[in-house]
Design a protein. Structure first.
Length: 660
């Protein structure tokens, strides 16, 4: 098929002109493609949900065609078709992607809303890409690039809090991000005037963004958009472009509640139709005929393409890491805090692309638990104190990771990870899982756990939640591990998004391997060598206790009592990798043990212990087993109440003795 008006060359530079003929030809092709998509739905050849851009073609193509640097980025949303077509020119790829066919741009994995193509990414979560855009913009600023990041949103997105976190970050970092608001005056079926307090432009100005407001029915609209992009290119900074537009059709397939009078007005206003009337009749007829013929060929080619099939059904979404080199950091350290600080210091010294983000990391404070002490002055501009914006800085970390940086984001308390959850669950793990050439080597560091009297929202161990996210690595070291080295290996050798948990009580605990040995890792377990399991005690035990993180010192006290008082032979296993769980490594050691106890500080229902014991049961384990953890109640602030809720030495001993 010959593609009429192909919009970019192989280097990513746009070749759509600003003349009426070029704009009409491409806008008409985008509209016809959208009409074809709706037709395929009506024929039962497509399933799921699609959100068309009928009536907004010129609006959607305007900013994308103005982006002339190959390093420019377009981040789109659920209504992404016009953006994608103008960026890529891959009309067949879009249509077959939505059809779930093998020639789809992403082989059918992403469908209508989720597409990755060079510097183009789209996602179906409102505002979900806005923080990522700031990270991508910051990366370009670090690299001295003249490129821009265009973040496409609709007026409905202005109700999302992450948008404002990201605009604030873009403003204080002066990141070259252009927020493009396609304002069609209505979200799904709710009028924008009923959902926005104040004005759209006023929201951008409140964050110090330069704001432009244009109407896509203006005959000079595309030229005006080009001038906005050129102005930002000449002086890179964040801005907001509000484009007033109107959509001809429904939000998706059948949810248009507007009056016939209003829809008639929109038809008459339609910029593409008005533009076509400005063309000489013969030229317009030639364009229409050429585009119509192309769409017929496109439909036939799309229908003839086979359905997409996995060559092998994926068992997980992790990308392979590197084998660990010899340790760069000593396993013996004054305390765990010093070990992590040394790990950060090493990473920042070795890799200029290592960036540390988080709240109050600067001197003389050095973070809430002093883990980053001394680093902000030593690595100025790369240890960055941020606003209180957990979701925003997580998104920025994803953007930096997508751009080739190795970001480490500190969240002050693990309890606040729920504010980051969308960025992790719907973005960080989805991109590398769905798109073969995409990596997101993001690390989220955070202190967790109780026994400090901090109360219900500053004392939790939420690994039971985050180990269940497909594609998210969860590492939780103990004072017997070389915790700083775990962090170094995570950053240097593991390309997947990861959560690095640090128990508050371990910060002051001396780091020493003691009598522990590294359990030989199975070759079948990804990352089990990088993040080892330690073992100590009898090789023919009466009881094997599995624990991790901040529970280990308390478990060690309980086991000492059992050995001395009950004369039990006890084996202790301490994994540092909770997800992906090193199943084969653990199974080989555990399957023939007579009694197993899993002790964790987390709410243990639906937790790590539950998964571990279920794994053993499925493999035919015949011994006794028990879980010990925190009951499903909030953690109290009063120390006396907290001691009753969290598992302590006495509770552990009592539960373990029930096995005999």
């Amino acid at each position: 098929m010959n593609l009429p008006g192909f919009c970019r060359d192989q280097n990513g530079k746009p070749i759509i002109g600003l003349d009426d003929e070029s704009i009409y030809a491409w806008g008409d092709l985008v509209r016809r493609t959208e009409s074809l998509i709706l037709s395929l739905f009506s024929k039962g050849l497509l399933s799921g949900t699609t959100h068309t851009c009928l009536g907004q073609e010129i609006c959607q193509m305007s900013v994308v065609r103005a982006l002339s640097d190959p390093d420019d980025v377009v981040l789109s949303n659920h209504r992404n078709h016009g953006h994608f077509l103008t960026y890529s020119g891959d009309v067949l790829g879009l249509v077959t992607e939505i059809m779930g066919r093998s020639s789809g741009t992403c082989f059918g994995y992403g469908g209508s809303q989720h597409i990755s193509y060079r510097g183009f990414h789209s996602n179906g979560v409102q505002a979900g890409m806005t923080g990522i855009g700031v990270g991508l913009g910051l990366a370009r600023k670090f690299n001295g690039s003249n490129a821009l990041v265009a973040v496409m949103i609709g007026d409905g997105t202005l109700g999302e809090g992450l948008l404002y976190e990201s605009m604030n970050l873009a403003s204080i970092w002066r990141a070259p991000v252009l927020y493009v608001v396609e304002n069609n005056g209505i979200a799904q079926t709710t009028m924008t005037e009923n959902t926005i307090g104040g004005s759209i432009a006023g929201r951008g100005k409140a964050f110090g963004l330069e704001v432009w407001e244009l109407d896509d029915s203006d005959p000079q609209f595309c030229d005006s958009v080009q001038k906005v992009v050129d102005e930002l290119r000449a002086d890179p900074r964040p801005g907001m472009l509000v484009i007033n537009t109107m959509r001809l059709g429904p939000h998706s397939k059948g949810d248009d509640l507007r009056s016939e009078q209003e829809k008639s007005y929109i038809q008459k206003r339609d910029p593409l139709s008005v533009l076509g009337e400005r063309l000489e009749a013969k030229l317009k007829a030639e364009i229409d005929a050429r585009n119509g013929g192309f769409i017929k060929e496109l439909e036939q080619a799309a229908i003839a393409t086979p359905e997409s099939q996995f060559a092998g059904i994926p068992a997980h979404s992790f990308k392979a890491g590197n084998e660990p080199a010899s340790s760069q950091l000593s396993a013996e350290a004054e305390n765990v805090r010093a070990s992590i600080n040394a790990g950060l210091d090493y990473l920042l010294a070795q890799n200029k692309n290592c960036i540390v983000l988080g709240e109050d990391l600067h001197e003389p404070y050095g973070g809430a638990f002093k883990v980053t002490a001394g680093l902000s002055e030593k690595y100025q501009g790369r240890v960055i104190s941020t606003p209180i914006s957990e979701a925003g800085i997580t998104g920025a970390g994803i953007g930096l990771a997508l751009a080739g940086f190795r970001p480490i984001v500190e969240i002050m308390f693990a309890d606040f990870l729920t504010l980051c959850a969308d960025q992790l669950f719907n973005h960080a793990v989805k991109f590398p899982a769905m798109f073969e050439d995409v990596e997101v080597p993001l690390i989220i560091r955070t202190p967790c756990g109780g026994r400090r009297g901090y109360g219900p929202t500053h004392s939790q161990s939420p690994e039971n939640i985050f180990t269940s996210i497909p594609g998210l690595t969860v590492v939780f070291g103990s004072h017997r591990h070389n915790v700083g080295q775990l962090l170094v290996d995570l950053s240097q050798n593991w390309p997947n998004p990861a959560l690095f948990l640090e128990h508050k009580l371990l910060y002051g605990e001396k780091q020493s391997t003691g009598a522990y040995q590294v359990l030989k890792a199975s070759d079948l377990d990804m990352a089990a060598t990088l993040f080892p399991t330690l073992v100590e005690g009898s090789q023919t035990p009466d009881l094997t206790v599995i624990t991790y993180g901040g529970m280990l010192p308390i478990v060690e006290e309980a086991i000492q009592f059992l050995r001395e008082t009950e004369e039990l032979e006890v084996e202790v296993m301490v994994p540092s990798l909770l997800a992906p769980l090193p199943r084969n490594t653990l199974m080989k050691q555990l399957l023939n043990r007579p009694a197993i106890a899993v002790v964790e500080e987390s709410h243990h229902e639906y937790g790590v212990g539950a998964e571990l014991l279920a794994m053993l049961l499925e493999a035919g384990y015949q011994g006794e087993a028990i879980r010990v953890g925190t009951d499903p109640v909030p953690i109290p602030a009063a120390r006396s109440l907290e001691r009753q809720v969290l598992p302590d030495k006495e509770l552990i001993i009592a539960n373990l003795l029930e096995l005999f």
